[in-house]
Design a protein around this ligand. Structure first.
Ligand SMILES: *[C@@H]1O[C@H](CO)[C@@H](O)[C@H](O)[C@H]1NC(C)=O
Ligand SMILES: *[C@@H]1O[C@H](CO)[C@@H](O)[C@H](O)[C@H]1NC(C)=O
Ligand SMILES: *[C@@H]1O[C@H](CO)[C@@H](O)[C@H](O)[C@H]1NC(C)=O
Ligand SMILES: *[C@@H]1O[C@H](CO)[C@@H](O)[C@H](O)[C@H]1NC(C)=O
Ligand SMILES: *[C@@H]1O[C@H](CO)[C@@H](O)[C@H](O)[C@H]1NC(C)=O
Ligand SMILES: *[C@@H]1O[C@H](CO)[C@@H](O)[C@H](O)[C@H]1NC(C)=O
Ligand SMILES: *[C@@H]1O[C@H](CO)[C@@H](O)[C@H](O)[C@H]1NC(C)=O
Ligand SMILES: *[C@@H]1O[C@H](CO)[C@@H](O)[C@H](O)[C@H]1NC(C)=O
Ligand SMILES: *[C@@H]1O[C@H](CO)[C@@H](O)[C@H](O)[C@H]1NC(C)=O
Length: 889
């Protein structure tokens, strides 16, 4: 909210600059507006329209039948002469998709509008054409806006003919625009406002000299222009500059060393140096810019505490040092509070590595309306003086180590709109005074240590609340089942709070809720029909880890308007509950814009429905740990974005359908504990080239391990144990390069996380059998490398190529028919922690090199035909004799 307020005040600032020289003096033509438009100009406009595709019909009024083009939308004529003076064709809604863009090219007939003084084509899509050279002949132009209009190429020097230009905005054409020489710019001597943000200026060495010849310049924006250096100037000619935006370049301290003229811009009101490469102390010269109202130094590497002189900037309203490495915040606050008439309205010190305590000095920042200190290392309690900041609308203290309870005084900040205290160590209960925040829209108290009960009284006056999160606290939410809350939420996150045992019936009143997390909230109930009916309104729905039971009813969404969800973004998690019955209705009539579907750990039964063509955006599907039967349906192959599929522990059967090879983005596949039959398809090695985890354990697969699997260079876990596989281990096994490295940094990092709404990460729950135990890996999954082919009918010798897998941590070949010797170089497998060769027919001696496996902590060589002495090393000798039993050692 406050961000809106800030940008409004900045906008006002610009407005002020904008109007200080009247753009168009039209006061002489108050007369009447009946002067018809000039025919040649009407024709020009019609030609212009012809070359433009106009999906939202913005130019509907521009038609041949209607003679008075002066009445057309976006056209302003001189009421006296009938000449077209302005063309306002800027996209009114540039940030909203492609909807209202004009698309196409600019017809040269534009130059027939000789009297044009104002041309706005911003926010449209000219599809990478060059800026037309002939714009240079519109000699009367005072305002030209081509911002965000998808022009590309070198800016034509002919624009230098526009000697009447006061405003030139060529920004945001997505880095495609370039300037080679800036000489042309010197023709625009009346220029007041120049915005070249995101134009590539890296090749133009003369930009500063040229800009310096523009004495009227008030606003200069050169953000994200690939600039490295500022040249020295003896003095700046544009001394009336009020706004300078140099953010997002590569400037470093040399800017200040060689360009001290910057500090001579005494009239600067707005100065943005964010996202550059400045280091060390904040330059003292900034203290000379005493009119500054907004100073943005964010995302640099300034490392000093805030210098004392900064408190001399008496007009400063906004200061952002977000993302620098400041040290002790207490010191920072000391400096500021030295000056009690301080005007600071917005202080942003997010992610500044600030430590220290918040003290009652904060109370002296009387004008603060925005205080953002999130993601630092602040500790200690919240000072009661926070309550004295009565203008505060926006308070972010999240992600620190603040402790103690929320001070009662906070109830005095009646203007609060945004309050984020999440991810701290706050304890105690939530004060009732919360209920007074009648402007509050966003409240996040998640991941603290708060306890106690929340009741209706906490919410009485929170009529504007749209987002509420107390996830990860031990709070009890106790409200009357008939409660009708005063708010309409978009987001409600209550993970691990206590809501149960009944399903919260007051949710029925929330018509716009789209993000709901009531996982692990002790609900032991069925889902009411009204909730099922509303389920398509959610883009994030987490009901997991409760005891919700019952079947999924027939949800016929086809008869209602399709849910207005962005494609492929939804998350639906029903896992770890007591749901039963078929998943047919959910899958076949269900929610089609879901990308993450978790139904694991329930009692779902019946077939996996053949309706996956309805789920084009699905990336993650977990049906594991249910009671599903039947085969994997062919339509699974339509899931072209699928990267994770978990079917473990069901009673699925049949062969793997050929269509499955279309899921070529799979990274994770777990089919453990089912009754699948047939061969391991050779195409798995060819098509699933990104596969990191392949678990086919405990099925009825037979045949060989196809050598095509060797192409899975990203494979970290191969588990085909407990099947009827036979043949030898292919020698190409050393091609599993992810297992051959000990460096985990280049392992597949696509694995394992989906970022949940509250910032926590949901890990894939891969279960890996190692050291004889089932281990549930989550966050360390991408560090694990293991091969388990035990309990099959493999035979032949153990190929020595296996010993090239230096990163392998666990290797289980037990209960097969391997013969011959253990490879001599087994000692190469430096990362091995667990080795099981038991119940085979291995012979010969245990290789001496095995004693160099220093991480080995689980070993089983029992029940083979090994002979000779156990190599002497403390490591090997420390294993129990049962590890060697059943041999001739
Ligand atoms: C605008 O027109 C008015 C009335 O004709 C005149 O007084 C004023 O000076 C003009 N302003 C400019 C900036 O030309
Ligand atoms: C022309 O006249 C119309 C109607 O009288 C008025 O709304 C408009 O502002 C005038 N335009 C100019 C440029 O003076
Ligand atoms: C720019 O101005 C020069 C000299 O006034 C003229 O020769 C040239 O044709 C003009 N270019 C355009 C594109 O109008
Ligand atoms: C140009 O148009 C864009 C988009 O409408 C707008 O944000 C910007 O302020 C305009 N530039 C000027 C100088 O008016
Ligand atoms: C500064 O502006 C004046 C007046 O427009 C001009 O004569 C002079 O050449 C400019 N100085 C530089 C260094 O461009
Ligand atoms: C700042 O102002 C002081 C006093 O006016 C002056 O001596 C000093 O040189 C200025 N510093 C810079 C960097 O311009
Ligand atoms: C809620 O607002 C009303 C009207 O502004 C006020 O009278 C009442 O005291 C407030 N309740 C609480 C608990 O703050
Ligand atoms: C699984 O389904 C079978 C019948 O299909 C049933 O006998 C068994 O009880 C079910 N198991 C669970 C855990 O629901
Ligand atoms: C194993 O890798 C080698 C070298 O990159 C390659 O020539 C060979 O074809 C690969 N083998 C298989 C079966 O993919």
């Amino acid at each position: 909210m406050t961000s809106t307020i800030m940008s409004v005040s900045v906008a006002l600032l610009f407005l002020e600059l904008f109007t200080s020289v009247t753009m168009i003096n039209i006061s002489f033509c108050i007369a009447n507006s009946n002067v018809a438009c000039i025919d040649s100009e009407r024709q020009a406009l019609l030609k212009l329209k012809q070359d433009l595709n106009d999906p939202s019909n913005r130019l509907a009024s521009w038609n041949i039948g209607d003679g008075d083009c002066c009445a057309w939308d976006g056209v302003v004529c001189n009421n006296f002469t009938g000449h077209v003076l302005q063309l306002n064709l800027g996209n009114p809604d540039p940030n909203h998709g492609t909807g209202s863009k004009l698309v196409g090219k600019i017809n040269p007939s534009l130059v027939d509008l000789k009297h044009l003084i104002h041309l706005d084509l911003s926010g449209n899509d000219f599809q990478g054409i060059h800026i037309p050279k002939y714009l240079g002949s519109l000699q009367n132009l005072r305002y030209l806006n081509l911002s965000g209009a998808e022009f590309a190429g070198v800016i034509p020097h002919q624009l230098g003919n526009l000697s009447n230009l006061h405003y030139l905005d060529l920004s945001k054409n997505f880095y495609e625009l370039q300037v080679e020489s800036f000489l042309w710019l010197s023709g625009l001597s009346l220029l007041e406002h120049l915005d070249l943000s995101q134009v590539d200026l890296s090749k133009s060495s003369d930009y500063l000299l040229t800009i310096n010849s523009l004495p009227s310049l008030r606003v200069l924006k050169l953000s994200y222009c690939e600039l490295h250096h500022f040249h020295s100037l003896s003095s700046a000619n544009f001394s009336s500059l009020k706004a300078l935006d140099l953010s997002g370049n590569h400037f470093n301290n040399s800017l200040f060393q060689y360009s001290s003229w910057v500090f001579g811009l005494r009239n600067l009101v707005f100065f943005d140096l964010g996202n550059n490469e400045f280091q060390g102390k904040i330059p003292i010269g900034l203290g000379n810019l005493t009119f500054l109202r907004r100073l943005d130094l964010s995302s640099n590497e300034f490392n000093s505490a805030i210098p004392g002189w900064l408190s001399k900037l008496n007009d400063l309203e906004f200061l952002s040092l977000r993302g620098n490495s400041l040290q002790d915040l207490s010191q920072v606050l000391d400096i500021f509070s030295a000056c009690d008439a301080y005007a600071l309205e917005s202080l942003v010190l997010r992610s500044c590595q600030c430590s220290g305590h918040l003290t009652n000095q904060l109370g002296q920042f009387k004008s603060l309306n925005r205080l953002r200190l999130g993601n630092n290392s602040l500790s200690g309690p919240l000072p009661s003086a926070l309550g004295e900041l009565t203008y505060l609308t926006d308070l972010d203290l999240s992600r620190n180590r603040l402790n103690g309870s929320i001070p009662l005084s906070l109830g005095q900040n009646l203007n609060l709109e945004y309050l984020d205290l999440s991810n701290n160590l706050l304890n105690g209960s939530i004060p009732l005074s919360l209920g007074k925040f009648s402007h509050l829209e966003y409240l996040d108290l998640s991941n603290n240590r708060m306890s106690g009960t929340l009741s209706e009284n906490h919410f009485v006056n929170l009529t504007k609340l749209t987002s509420f999160s107390t996830s990860g606290n031990s709070l009890i939410l106790q409200v009357n089942p008939n409660w009708v809350p005063p708010f309409q939420l978009d987001e409600l996150l209550l993970r691990s709070c206590h809501l149960g045992p009944h399903f919260p019936s007051w949710l029925h009143s929330q018509k716009h809720l789209s993000d709901l997390d009531i996982s692990n909230t002790r609900i032991s109930d069925t889902i009411p029909r009204w909730f099922w009916n509303s389920i398509s309104q959610y883009k994030f729905l987490n009901l997991s880890s409760n005891q919700i039971y019952g079947e999924i009813p027939n949800l016929d969404f086809d008869n209602r308007p399709s849910p207005l969800l962005p494609p492929s973004s939804g998350i639906l998690d029903f896992s770890n509950n007591g749901f039963s019955g078929s998943i047919f209705h959910l899958i076949c009539n269900g929610l089609k814009s879901i990308s993450y579907l978790q139904l694991s750990k329930n009692y779902f039964s019946g077939d996996i429905p053949d309706c996956w063509m309805n789920w084009p955006g699905l990336g993650m599907l977990n049906l594991g740990n249910n009671n599903l039967t039947g085969s994997l349906p062919a339509s699974i192959g339509t899931l072209s974005f699928l990267w994770s599929l978990n079917l473990r522990n069901n009673r699925l059967s049949g062969v793997i359908p050929a269509s499955f090879q279309n899921c070529s983005g799979l990274v994770y596949l777990d089919m453990d504990e089912n009754e699948f039959v047939g061969n391991i398809p050779t195409w798995m090695g060819e098509r699933f080239s990104g596969l990191s985890i392949l678990i086919l354990r405990s099925n009825k697969f037979h045949g060989y391990l196809p050598i095509q699997l060797c192409r899975l260079t990203s494979l970290q876990i191969l588990d085909v144990a407990n099947n009827n596989l036979s043949g030898t281990i292919p020698r190409c096994i050393s091609n599993f390069t992810a297992m051959a490295t000990t460096d985990s940094s280049n392992l597949q990092n696509a694995i394992s996380y989906v970022t949940m709404m509250d910032g926590t990460e949901a890990a894939l729950d891969a279960s890996v059998v190692t050291k004889g135990f089932m281990v549930e890996y989550d966050s360390i999954l991408n560090l694990v490398r293991s091969i388990d082919i035990s309990k099959n009918n493999f035979s032949g010798e153990i190929p020595m190529e296996l010993t090239n897998l230096k990163g392998l941590q666990s290797l289980n070949l037990s209960h097969n028919f391997f013969t011959s010797k253990i490879p001599e170089k087994i000692g190469n497998m430096k990362s091995i922690e667990s080795l099981d060769f038991s119940a085979n027919q291995l012979s010969g001696e245990i290789p001496q090199s095995m004693s160099s496996l220093s991480f080995l902590n689980h070993l089983n060589l029992s029940n083979n035909h090994l002979t000779g002495k156990i190599p002497s090393s403390t490591q090997l000798q420390s294993f129990d004799s049962s590890c060697f039993a059943g041999n001739n050692l």
